[in-house]
Design a protein around this ligand. Structure first.
Ligand SMILES: [Zn+2]
Length: 200
């Protein structure tokens, strides 16, 4: 999965989006990037509560000592993270409870840069996207991928809800907004509107 570090080059303040680090080398890579750029991490943001996105939560919280924000509807996924782990045959430390819940239309500000929250359920009930409207960036989690969409066969997944989230919330942004998804490479609203076989 993709872990993102979003930061301001002037103030050096930033956030971690989905610290899904599992292996030690993954944690080192994240840490090295943050250290070598002198970034001061202020928050940890979760697009949703699936284990591949939260495996590194405990490590990230202990390393950076900052609050974790997520949507409340995915709290059951955090509470039952160990069941998710057993289901997928992996082991990792139990992620601590989030410090604060975020919801539709909330705005998170980091060094004057603003993330608007859009609630985009379907892949999971508490999936959200973080939108920087000024820089035209959308951190989309597992909603829409390049040429694909998030799976809906997991707990509380719903294909109709997911398609509605994509068409009515994500696709309301202009074609030149870049989507940074939870898996695979980045794409744009325009490209997915025009070529994604699941969204025609
Ligand atoms: Zn997921």
């Amino acid at each position: 999965m993709n872990c993102y570090i979003y930061w301001d080059e002037k103030t050096k303040e930033g956030v971690i989006i989905d610290p899904g680090a599992y292996e030690d080398f993954e944690k080192e890579e994240i840490l090295n990037y943050i250290k070598s750029n002198g970034i001061d991490i202020k928050l940890i943001l979760l697009t949703h509560g699936h284990i591949d996105h939260i495996m590194g939560n405990k490590w990230a919280i202990e390393t950076f000592g900052v609050p974790v924000l997520m949507h409340k509807d995915d709290l059951p996924l955090i509470d039952r993270a160990m069941d998710q782990a057993a289901m997928f045959g992996v082991q990792f430390p139990k992620p601590p409870a989030p410090d604060k819940f975020i919801d539709e239309n909330d705005v998170i500000e980091v060094s004057g840069n603003k993330f608007k929250i859009i609630h985009t359920p379907g892949h999971s009930p508490g999936s959200v996207c973080f939108v920087d409207e000024k820089e035209k960036m959308i951190f989309g989690g597992d909603t829409v991928f390049r040429g694909s969409i998030g799976r809906t066969d997991l707990w509380m997944g719903d294909i109709d809800v997911l398609l509605s989230s994509i068409h009515n919330k994500i696709f309301k942004y202009a074609d030149d907004f870049v989507i940074y998804p939870g898996h695979m490479e980045e794409t744009t609203i325009g490209e997915e509107k025009n070529t994604n076989p699941f969204l025609q």
